[in-house]
Design a protein. Sequence first.
Length: 98
Amino acid sequence: MNIKDHIRGVPDFPKPGILFYDISTLLAHADAWAVAMGRLAREVRQFQPDVLAGIELLRKIGAHVTGAASIIELSFLPGRQRLQELDVPFVSLAAYDD
């Protein structure tokens, strides 16, 4: 199965010259999503990770569906969080108190 056939390209979003890949069309096809997650699992398994982290801007599904940590801008986190500064420029970690 060609996974790319199930991912919609949105030209000039969010600005001219950028091709945005919308995975909501992949999520709408359960069989294609299952194949994509199976391929991801096979690729990642060899590294035996403790946790996966997906970079998320607007809390879209991606990382949540795989049971991974979601990385988003702090301004998008509702509720109380614990903040941990890292020794990396411009990077902090936040977790919900509950």
